[in-house]
Design a protein around this ligand. Structure first.
Ligand code: GN1
Ligand code: MG
Length: 367
């Protein structure tokens, strides 16, 4: 961890370095928990290396994050919330008075304050958790409603562009770089069978029918922290993909990651299902701050958003599998294929329960 000690010495942190260790379960960036002794008190920071293969413009990631931090911190201060630095990610300044350090390999590093007394979960364990986590993302969105979308850059262009994702998939099939197509015909056939899901979202976006807002774009359950003592929502994290988008993506990724009772890489797909009771709490939580401010077309398409995002994730995992696991970190040979299969099962379960899900959304909308 000598390297980490050296990297973090480029940030304005008082005291003496104690230790650093790898932290978290993200698929993309390298993250470390770093401890310092500051005048006898142990203080923790999170140091992250932005994956330059995924984020081709790491400066945009840092710029957007700083903007979001400031925007939300201001809102929290206006609301007279006392522990602002525990409720929104706070970047630490570098010695060069910006918020990143670029090392000799052109890797970008950022430091944020460690959010204390809070935890993340990998799967939702009860309805209250679903309500709280969704409420956190709803509040996050509500705070950003007046953010000027034109001032934010795309940190990953076409990130949730399903049409683009499908054409990447077709290219992967065509190239068959590592010879995996032959053994994946069943999954490929299923994936192709859902291509119809793409048209409506593309039309809505191309016709400017959906409001473009600053959205989180990675509202995975483990990207929200709950308080250890009260279990209340505390802070939304992982702001790398905050950029212009639609609430359909954020709502969709919550449904995808909150409602299944098992991990994204569960091997027994019979355990994968969209839990309707969890869904109801998610809707209730998310719409707490948003039901009166989202437009009709957004609310009308929330359930469709869940299908789009789950399908997109299926396509992304399968494409990466066919390409030889070049994007997501994997722990074993078929990891991305296993992930693909859970997304297939989840998408089937969502489509099966679509009508019931729509009914629930209408219950919590303001007419
Ligand atoms: C990645 O790194 P993590 O786990 O927060 C990915 C998301 C996917 C997710 C799937 C920048 O997120 O888009 O939904 O894996 N992030 C990026 O688990 O591609
Ligand atoms: Mg992420």
């Amino acid at each position: 961890m000598k390297m980490i000690k050296e990297i973090i010495s480029n940030f304005k942190i008082y005291g003496d370095f104690i230790t650093a260790k790898p932290f978290g379960n993200g698929h993309i960036n390298d993250t470390y928990l770093v401890q310092f002794n500051q005048a006898g008190v142990e203080v923790k920071y999170i140091l992250r290396k932005i994956n330059k293969f995924v984020f081709k413009n790491p400066e945009a990631v840092v710029n957007n994050t700083v903007k979001v931090n400031n925007h939300i911190a201001k809102k929290l201060t206006e609301l007279e919330i006392k522990d602002v630095s525990n409720r929104v990610m706070q970047l630490v300044e570098s010695n060069k008075k910006n918020y990143h350090f670029e090392d000799e390999n052109n890797d970008f590093w950022c430091v944020v304050l460690f959010i204390d007394n809070a935890y993340t979960v990998e799967k939702i364990e009860n309805e209250e958790q679903a309500f709280r986590a969704a409420k956190a993302f709803g509040q996050f969105q509500n705070f950003l409603l007046d953010a000027d979308a034109s001032k934010y850059q795309d940190t990953i262009p076409n990130f949730h562009n399903l049409k683009g994702r499908l054409s990447d998939f077709d290219v992967a099939l065509e190239n068959d770089l590592v010879g995996r197509v032959k053994s994946t015909t069943k999954e490929i056939e299923i994936a192709n069978g859902y291509k119809y899901l793409e048209e409506k979202i593309t039309v809505m976006i191309e016709n400017n029918e959906l409001p473009i807002r600053i959205t989180h774009n990675d509202t995975k359950i483990n990207n929200v922290m709950l308080n250890k003592e009260t279990n209340l929502e505390q802070c939304v994290i992982d702001l790398d993909t905050v950029m212009p988008g639609t609430v359909l993506y954020d709502f969709g990724d919550m449904v995808r990651t909150f409602t299944s009772p098992v991990d994204e890489d569960e091997k027994d797909v019979s355990k994968v299902t969209m839990r309707i009771k969890i869904f109801e709490k998610l809707v209730q939580g998310y719409l707490t701050d948003l039901s009166s401010v989202l437009s009709k077309i957004e609310i009308d398409n929330l359930v469709y958003g869940a299908m789009v995002i789950t399908y997109e994730q299926l396509i992304r995992f399968l494409t990466d599998y066919i390409n030889g696991d070049v994007y997501y970190s994997t722990k074993y040979n078929d990891h991305n294929l296993v992930r693909t299969r859970t997304q297939i099962a989840l998408l089937e379960s969502i489509i099966e329960q679509k009508d019931e899900m729509e009914k629930i959304v209408s219950k919590y909308r303001i007419p």
